[in-house]
Design a protein around this ligand. Structure first.
Ligand code: GSH
Length: 332
């Protein structure tokens, strides 16, 4: 398994294929992992769109008091996500092969140490649970402090637990927030499928493609889907047509908020920009960001831009981080 995620495209066709998540237990009332205050810890990267989903839902549902968060450093090198600052060369650049993690201040705010075991990398947690683990060391990781194991590392499932399984512990206002309402499920499930394939993972399939043909074959579905979403949002406030925010908005938001600032340049998804070419998506994006703190407070453009540009040497060997666009997100 290559450490460099960009090298993880098939040799035959140049297509990037995301590996399924491995830890798939559930938080469930009455189950092996019941909802409890302070029991679970969420390891995230603020750069990662999948981890970002879990942070938004944690905030929307008022779960901050119940679930602590540990944030990794945005620069992902050969050992994967680091809890602390990866060691740097004398010129200040991060050393790609360096295994050491330091307490140096490299000016990037919001990076945590591991409060439990002093783990230096996310990989250490995976190996603690399974010394023979051969998969990727991805975030988010939902950790159970009590039994010292990973409950789940699949964001689409973690957001469902957060949506429903802590309700008995929450005040009415938060318990009543339902991101997966019965009446909207058909549309939410439908979007989960095509939006995931063409948009959420679609940008990665374009960006991590290693042949012209693979890149081009994923650009059409991506931009057709942005067009389709823009049309849907012409007369909908929320993307799945629900009365309130649903998980479809959360899933889509974490890709769209990264689009102009990173994917457009870094992943070469440059047939259009949200801010200039998709007016309804642009309005929807800005309403979520500026009108709901769960979106704005969990969006960190510095971590996003730093991560992508400095972690994928095959795509950006100089590791220079682009300055634009300014502003990262426009006002409403
Ligand atoms: N299916 C997972 C995907 C998570 C994922 O791929 N996370 C990326 C960051 S954006 C990661 O940690 N990659 C590290 C690696 O693959 O080495 C989910 O949705 O939770």
């Amino acid at each position: 398994m290559p450490a460099d995620i960009t090298a993880w495209a098939s040799k035959e066709d140049g297509q990037f294929r995301r590996q399924p998540s491995t830890f798939r237990d559930s938080i469930k009332v009455g189950g092996q992992f019941p909802p409890e205050e302070g029991r679970y810890l969420l390891y995230v990267s603020l750069a990662c769109p999948w981890a970002h989903r879990t942070l938004i839902v944690r905030k929307l549902k008022g779960l901050e008091r119940f679930i602590d968060v540990v944030t990794v450093h945005p620069v992902m090198l050969s050992q994967g996500w680091a809890l602390g600052t990866p060691k740097r060369n004398s010129d200040g650049s991060y050393d790609q092969d360096e295994k050491e993690v330091t307490d140096d201040d490299d000016g990037i705010a919001g990076v945590d140490r591991d409060p439990q075991y002093g783990a230096k990398h996310i990989r250490d947690l995976y190996f603690k649970v399974n010394p023979d683990y051969t998969g990727r060391f991805t975030v988010p990781v939902l950790w159970d402090k009590k039994t010292e194991q990973i409950v789940n590392n699949e964001s689409s499932e973690i957001i469902r637990f957060f949506n429903s399984e802590f309700n008995s512990l929450l005040d009415d206002e938060h318990a009543n927030i339902d991101l997966y309402p019965e009446s909207g499920r058909a549309e939410i499930d439908d979007q989960a499928d095509w939006v995931y394939n063409n948009v959420n993972n679609g940008v990665y399939k374009c960006g991590f493609a290693t042949t012209q043909k693979a890149y081009e074959s994923n650009m059409g579905p991506l931009f057709d889907s942005l067009e389709r979403l823009d049309k849907l949002l012409a007369d909908r406030k929320y993307v799945a047509g629900t009365d309130n925010i649903s998980e479809a908005d959360v899933r889509l938001y974490t890709t769209i908020v990264r689009f102009d600032v990173t994917y457009y340049t870094h992943f070469k998804t440059d047939l259009g920009m949200i801010r200039y070419d998709y007016p309804n998506l642009h309005r929807w994006l800005r309403e979520l960001y500026w009108q709901n703190d769960a979106f704005k407070s969990t969006t960190n453009f510095e971590h996003i831009k730093t991560h992508y540009t400095k972690s994928h040497p095959q795509i950006n060997p100089s590791r220079i981080t682009h300055l634009g666009p300014v502003p990262a997100i426009k006002p409403l």
